[in-house]
Design a protein around this ligand. Structure first.
Ligand code: AMP
Ligand code: MG
Length: 326
């Protein structure tokens, strides 16, 4: 009989509670997103948002799944990486639910969860292009761990898009707003910063703002940002695919909701003759389902829960996770 896992996400602006069965059937994916009134994410305010919304999200998820706490076999939560106050709020909610209903509790790595949701889409051993607000990484499994093949050397791509959009007076979140106006026609020359397998986005966003100030249209600047930043991301992913010899690409993170990014990744995959898996938008963004699913992957490989598994770790890196379930 299949088991049921509940997952709690709270690493940054999203509070999420997801429920999935051990055979991969999604029963609920409840989310609430904190949107700052001005400026970037304030960790304490985001944490307050999560503590206000999580009880309702638990209730809504259980109702949608038509389940009661006693039906749940595992409570999984995002242990890190993320903003300290947000992580602690999610972990506290997870602990309260697990301990009061006597259910095992397991903290998992948020970035690895983005990759594992690609397994649910049918990938077996993919390279993940993970583009979100705070994180920008190219990840793949090699020799017992998920290795970071390439990453940003400064800001995350999503935070870069948000910062540019904020400075252009467009509000938050910037990524989707820029996508709407990214029509060109001009392809402007912006810094294309790929250093080996790593990328940087900070100079690109500053240069883009200068182009805007110099009188180029927002349509052209937004278009040029997308073309440049996404080409950089696809180039590094392609290099990781070539180095590892892997034949599957998975997209993850909020920026992977972008249609142009999806198109570029598909073209690259097609030209290499490999498969490209693009999870539904609700599974690309931060969500509780992927947290639950990773928890189940670990438990089904007889992961032994230890004391370390109910803490949080702001700097819990992808390659710190000992992978026993592959
Ligand atoms: P995450 O941190 O994974 O939840 O993703 C949030 C980030 O994704 C924010 O920086 C958003 O601006 C960005 N984002 C969301 N939708 C899009 C889109 N359609 N195009 C580009 N960026 C997006
Ligand atoms: Mg994420």
């Amino acid at each position: 009989m299949s088991q049921v896992v509940i997952g709690i996400e709270s690493t940054a602006h999203t509070a999420g509670v997801g429920i999935i069965t051990s055979d991969g059937k999604i029963l609920s994916n409840q989310r609430a997103v904190y949107t700052p009134e001005e400026g970037g994410i304030h960790p304490r305010e985001a944490a307050n948002h999560h503590s206000e919304t999580l009880p309702g999200l638990f209730k809504a998820a259980l109702e949608e799944a038509k389940l009661e706490p006693k039906d749940i076999s595992l409570v999984s939560y995002a242990r890190g990486p993320g903003l300290g106050p947000c992580l602690r709020t999610g972990a506290t909610a997870a602990r309260a639910f697990a301990y009061s209903h006597n259910i095992p509790l397991l903290g998992v790595n948020h970035c690895v969860a983005h990759l594992e949701i690609g397994i649910l889409e049918g990938a077996k051993d993919p390279v993940l292009l993970y583009l979100s607000g705070g994180n920008t990484q190219v990840i793949a499994y090699a020799a017992g761990r998920f290795r970071v093949f390439g990453e940003t050397l400064d800001i995350g791509i999503g935070n870069g898009l948000d910062k540019f959009a904020r400075e252009a007076g467009m509000g938050f979140p910037g990524g989707p707003k820029l996508e709407k106006v990214a029509k060109g026609p001009e392809l402007l020359d912006l810094p294309y910063s790929v250093k080996g397998m790593d990328m940087s986005f900070s100079g690109l966003m500053t240069a883009a703002k200068s182009k805007l100030d110099a009188g180029h249209s927002l349509e052209s600047v937004a278009y040029s940002i997308q073309e440049t930043a996404f080409a950089m991301s696809c180039e590094v992913s392609e290099r990781a695919l070539a180095h590892t010899g892997k034949r599957e690409l998975v997209l993850g993170g909020g920026v992977a909701c972008n249609s142009r990014l999806r198109e570029m990744a598909r073209i690259m995959a097609e030209e290499r003759g490999i498969r490209c898996f693009v999870p539904k938008r609700a599974l690309c963004v931060d969500n509780g389902v992927m947290i639950a699913w990773l928890g189940w992957q670990m438990m089904s490989a007889n992961y032994a829960i230890s004391e370390q598994d109910n803490v949080v770790d702001q700097k819990y890196r992808t390659d710190m996770v000992e992978v026993t379930w592959r």
